[in-house]
Design a protein around this ligand. Sequence first.
Ligand SMILES: Cc1cc2nc3c(=O)[nH]c(=O)nc-3n(C[C@H](O)[C@H](O)[C@H](O)COP(=O)(O)OP(=O)(O)OC[C@H]3O[C@@H](n4cnc5c(N)ncnc54)[C@H](O)[C@@H]3O)c2cc1C
Ligand code: FES
Length: 258
Amino acid sequence: MGIGPYTVRSNVRRGPYATLTLEGRVEPSEPGQFYMVRGDWGADPLLGRPLSILSDDPSRGLLRFLLKVFGEGSRRLHALEPGQKVHGLGPLGRPFPRAAAEGGGKPVLVGGGVGVPPLVYLGQAFAREGRPFTFLQGARTKGDLLCLEELAALGVQPEVTTEDGSEGERGLVTAPLQRAIEMAAPVVYACGPEGMLKAVASLCRGRVPSYLSLEARMGCGYGVCLGCVVPVVREGVRSYERVCREGPVFEGEVVEWP
Ligand SMILES: Cc1cc2nc3c(=O)[nH]c(=O)nc-3n(C[C@H](O)[C@H](O)[C@H](O)COP(=O)(O)OP(=O)(O)OC[C@H]3O[C@@H](n4cnc5c(N)ncnc54)[C@H](O)[C@@H]3O)c2cc1C
Ligand code: FES
């Protein structure tokens, strides 16, 4: 983990979304890890905001994120201009366990909303390793589909669902996931809104191992403030684990949903 000053290399906006590229000293990372990112904007908002790594290139000192505006912190990140200074802390958290896909068959990657970027990074790693995979992406409408160019660059045609039917299959991403599980998917990796993750965990339970990247409101990002804990049950024992430290990737079987 490093803490670094970074310079905004580019910030390409598309509606509420922005692809933010930072330049600075970049430590090697793994898919599923994240950074706490904060602009040089004074005291408010005080804390950095967690963003999953979309891609990085330590040799060229580049880091890429894809963000969506939710509140003040993400609005300010969305507004950053090239040349502005940014503080980044990372890479943080436990990555997706790629070894879980080594048994053969095509792993299934399921992304929804701003949960798509870490799965694209995971897809890039699988592509480098020569491991074919299935990519499912769910969105409310066509304009919310993300990272299609990055996936095309990997030669991957995602199976798309939209809730309004404006692109791909109408409905939820759990429909193609159900089919993939029936076709003997060996492992499922997912990131997205809580409702989607809960449905993915329920579909996978007892049938296929799943690894889910959870979201939580974060304070420090590195395990000290306990602001990000979620309930888990391991071997019948209920406890709390930190999304920033033990996660953000958890086995679907252990997460206790609200
Ligand atoms: C490990 C991790 C990785 C993430 N990766 C990305 C990413 O790659 N791209 C991206 O756009 N976002 C990502 N997020 C979410 C992002 O960090 C939040 O959207 C951001 O912190 C919100 O800050 P804000 O100041 O804009 O909004 P706030 O003013 O803090 O909140 C605005 C509204 O959004 C709600 N909200 C804020 N954060 C969350 C949350 N985490 N879960 C549910 N509701 C929330 C609040 O309750 C409030 O209603 C990630 C979160 C985590 C934990
Ligand atoms: S954000 Fe502080 S412990 Fe996780």
